[in-house]
Structures are given as C-alpha cells and as structure tokens.
Design a binder for this molecule. Structure first.
Ligand SMILES: [Mg+2]
Length: 259
C-alpha cells in the first residue's frame, strides 16, 4: 500500500478558510485507510491544537496523523537513546518531551540541547547558557526545531529560531540536526513513522520546501496550484512528479496512477 505525506498550510487551508474539497479528501484518506501524515513546521502549537484548528475548517483528523518538528526531534532523540535534555523551546512545545529527563541546571550533564523559536524569551544569558551547555557536554547534539530565518508578525518582521541556531553553530563549531522542513532529517522521521511502504508521495505547495526536499530523499512529489504556488514555480530546475489543481484532485489522480 502506498502512503502519503501532506503539507498543511496552502494545501488543506489558506489563511482563514479551507481549500475547497480538502475535508472530503481527508475523509477519503481515512475511508480508504491510506497511511498518511500531515507535515508542518509549526513548533508553537501542540498536535491537539492542530487537530482543533483543522476541525474549525470542517476537516476531521487525529493527533497521530501529524508530524511536527518537536515530535520528529523526540523520535530522533529516543532512537539515539539521548534521554537527558536541555530545552530552549516555548512552553507549549515542552509537552512533546514529557518522556525525557529535562535539566534546567547550567552545569548539567546532558545528551542534547533542543532549540526552538523562543522569540522575546531569548536574551544574552539564555543564549549563553545554551552555548555553555554544549561546550561542557562535547557528546551532546544540538537539535534545531527548524531553521526559519524570520516571519511576519502583526508588529512586523521577527527573528525565528534560525539565527539563534546559527549563532550557536558558529560559537561551538558544531552543526545542528534540523527537524523541520526542508531538512532531510525531518522527511526521514516521517518515513520512519509511516513504516514500510512500497511508495511514498509528498503533496505540497512549496516548490523548494515540499517538492525539491521530498524528491531529494527519494519520494514522489505532487505540487498543488494553491497556497504559495505561482506559475514561476514551473519554470525552475525543480520538476514536480505531478501538478494538481488542488488537493481536491488527489482521489482521481490516485485512481489513475496507483493500484
Ligand atoms: Mg505549505
């Protein structure tokens, strides 16, 4: 049985409304029992909040159908038996790490430092203790819940996690393991979570973060003409394996191209 990975923003919904037909396609995935995961780079909300958000759009799904950067990080750390963590993530994200031993001491022995978008909670002291924990624990890895450079808040452009992770990489000389799109590690976490399948399809509206990144790890990538899609995306050196008008076309495409 083939499986599906699907982006959320721009594929199932756009701004404050659902993409037409998205709810029916998600019902179709459940009815046909097609293994699927929704991938998102959102780190500020737990999966329960994502389920609630989709429900407001009339889309019915469950928590275990999502893969978020905190969950991918948690999966990766468990697989490597790295149990002692120092978390530099928003409070809402901490729940995904409840299975770990969380340390809050500056001189702690730890196996990993996990960095997310702390926004206004960043300051010199906090960034410096993150740096010192890495220096004191040479065996520890630096895990980044995404490398987004900035985003647009209501108050204007705002730094995301990426610049802080870069500062730590520069200071420590250590490369971060990134568990958000477009990092290969995030797609690998999704593949691992789906289990064994003869074919995995990725559906997205971002020619780079969804299509190019998925193809780079050997997946078949379907671009939708919704969300951030523009016709210029079809003139690049990235060639999607298929282009759909929207997610609503998935069932008919699926019947014609899979068996
Ligand atoms: Mg998108």
């Amino acid at each position: 049985m083939p499986a599906i990975l699907c982006d959320l923003d721009g594929v199932l919904y756009q701004g404050d409304s659902a993409i037409r037909g998205a709810a029916e396609v998600v019902d179709w995935l459940s009815e046909k029992q097609i293994p699927h995961l929704f991938l998102t780079n959102t780190t500020s909300r737990p999966r329960s909040a994502l389920v609630a958000k989709l429900a407001r759009f009339g889309i019915d799904t469950q928590e275990n159908n999502f893969l978020t950067p905190p969950l991918a990080a948690s999966q990766l750390l468990l697989a490597q038996n790295r149990r002692r963590l120092a978390l530099f993530v928003p409070t809402a994200t901490c729940d995904e790490f409840s299975a770990f031993d969380i340390s809050e001491h500056d001189s702690a022995e730890i196996d990993a430092v996990v960095v997310g978008d702390l926004a206004e909670q960043w300051n010199f002291t906090r960034l410096n203790s993150c740096f010192n924990l890495l220096m004191q624990n040479p065996q520890a890895i630096l895990v980044a819940l995404g490398m987004t450079r900035y985003w647009r808040s209501s108050a204007g452009l705002q730094l995301d996690a990426g610049p802080f992770v870069k500062a730590l990489e520069y200071a420590t000389g250590r490369a971060a393991v990134v568990t958000g799109k477009p990092a290969a590690g995030f797609y690998q976490a999704a593949i691992d979570r789906l289990g064994q399948h003869d074919h995995i399809y990725m559906i997205g509206d971002d020619i780079h973060g969804d299509i190019k990144a998925a193809q780079a790890v050997g997946l078949t990538a379907l671009l939708v003409r919704t969300g951030k899609f523009t016709n210029a995306d079809l003139q690049l050196d990235v060639v999607p394996d298929a282009v759909l008008t929207s997610i609503a076309d998935l069932p008919s495409w699926w019947r014609a191209h899979t068996n």
